[in-house]
Design a protein around this ligand. Structure first.
Ligand code: DI6
Ligand code: FE
Length: 403
């Protein structure tokens, strides 16, 4: 969703900075760099000797690193309650599936989300959003998917939209009605997909920019996801898919064949799936927080992604069941330690490639003329420090739309 926030009509330059522009294949490092913004847009990013004449306002960055504002391109940030009790049960030996069968899991969050008012959903999500903002996040994607009725899905989307009015952050809304089967449709998942396709997607279309579905044995079949994708496209919405998280149903190839922006999770993706994604330019969104919290051991096929030139993004997947984290910086470290990503891959994964996963490659994600002036200014010199540290936040300042 694009913000219509008032932008101060002025020019501002950040000088004496180390820029990680992300504009080429690497980090695009420029020492002694300058970023100049006018009316919230970048009008210059590069070495001091090519910079325009001094701007009205100047900030000396003292040699600090500037990256594009971070982008969390996959979250379920809006939800009722939490599932700490289920986590405690898992630590006592119950499995995720045992808990789901006993009426817990996604359905317990559905109950809490249905019971919450729109205001309560906003209020409970704000501290999580603030935690991300405190780490330099300037754009976040938020999915619905815990309402599972037309009314409650729309309530979630409106709550997520309200977050963008309460904080200076860009929020992209994704409709995820096909996340789980609500109990009232327990015996007829096709009838629920009828509702998603026939009623929910048309109702969500004015609010959301994308549609997602959970393509999984415990979610929805590839045939059902195809129906969701086709309805999304009929309504002019972009497509994303939770695919290959727990098993190989080839949802990622299906998504790619439909020109999806991204396929997400991907632990069980095959080389053929990766080839399909490469051919379509579908971004691989990796979610190391869920991998870690679920104690998954199957690694996503990173080598194949590299070989075929698939763009890799990293996100928190913030959700109460499988990834209760609000730290995108921690995901940088986990992407490296658990998945073997390089510093360049990890940092591009939360900037330029995360922008691509949201279809916002022309708008955000690099320090490039014409893009929104969203910056994260760090108390570090070496970009590797952002990936190296665990549980430490070196953000010095965050700039959204030049402010
Ligand atoms: N994959 C996940 O990891 C989350 N949703 C999904 O499609 C799990 C959501 C939950 O357990 O609440
Ligand atoms: Fe998710």
């Amino acid at each position: 969703m694009t913000q219509s926030r008032d932008v101060v009509q002025m020019e501002h330059s950040w000088i004496n900075a180390r820029l990680a522009t992300m504009t080429d294949a690497g980090l695009g490092l420029i020492d002694g760099g300058v970023v100049t913004a006018r009316d919230g847009r970048i009008v210059y990013a590069g070495p001091a000797n090519g910079a325009p004449a001094a701007a009205a306002a100047i900030t000396d960055c003292g040699g600090r690193l500037i990256t594009p504002g971070l982008i969390d391109c996959h979250t379920h940030l809006v939800h009722g309650g939490n599932r700490a009790n289920e986590w405690a049960m898992r630590l006592e030996g119950a499995s995720y599936e045992d808990i789901a069968r006993a009426g817990g899991g996604i359905v317990s969050t559905m109950r809490a989300t249905r019971a919450a008012s729109e205001t309560e959903l906003v209020d409970s999500a704000l501290p999580r959003l603030d935690a991300l903002i405190a780490e330099g996040v300037t754009t976040i994607e938020i999915k619905s998917g815990y309402g599972l009725s037309t009314e409650d899905e729309l309530k979630m989307l409106r709550a997520a939209r309200t977050l963008s009015e309460r904080r200076s952050v860009r929020v992209e809304l994704t409709f995820l009605g096909a996340h789980a089967l609500p109990p009232e449709y327990r015996h007829d998942s096709d009838a629920y997909i009828d509702l998603v396709v026939g009623e929910m997607i048309p109702a969500a279309a004015p609010l959301a920019t994308a549609v997602d579905a959970f393509c999984e044995g415990i979610g929805f079949s590839p045939a059902q996801c195809s129906r969701v994708i086709e309805a999304a496209q009929t309504h002019g919405l972009a497509v994303k898919l939770h695919a290959e998280q727990l098993s190989a149903l080839h949802g990622s190839a299906l998504a790619a064949r439909h020109g999806a922006l991204s396929a997400d999770h991907l632990e069980y993706a095959t080389e053929d799936d990766v080839c399909a994604m490469a051919a379509a330019g579908t971004v691989a969104v990796l979610l190391p927080g869920a991998y870690y919290f679920m104690r998954e051991t199957k690694l996503p096929p990173i080598a194949a992604m590299r070989r075929h030139g698939v763009k890799i993004a990293l996100a928190t997947d913030n959700n109460p069941g499988t990834s209760p984290t609000t730290s995108l910086l921690l995901m940088l470290n986990m992407g490296a330690t658990l998945f073997g990503l390089t510093v360049v891959e990890a940092l591009r994964g939360v900037t330029v490639n995360a922008a691509a996963a949201l279809g916002l490659g022309d708008e955000i994600g690099t320090l490039d003329v014409g893009k929104a002036c969203d910056l994260a200014i760090w108390d570090v010199i070496d970009p590797a420090e952002l990936v190296y540290r665990i549980g430490f936040n070196p953000l010095h300042q965050r700039i959204k739309d030049g402010q």
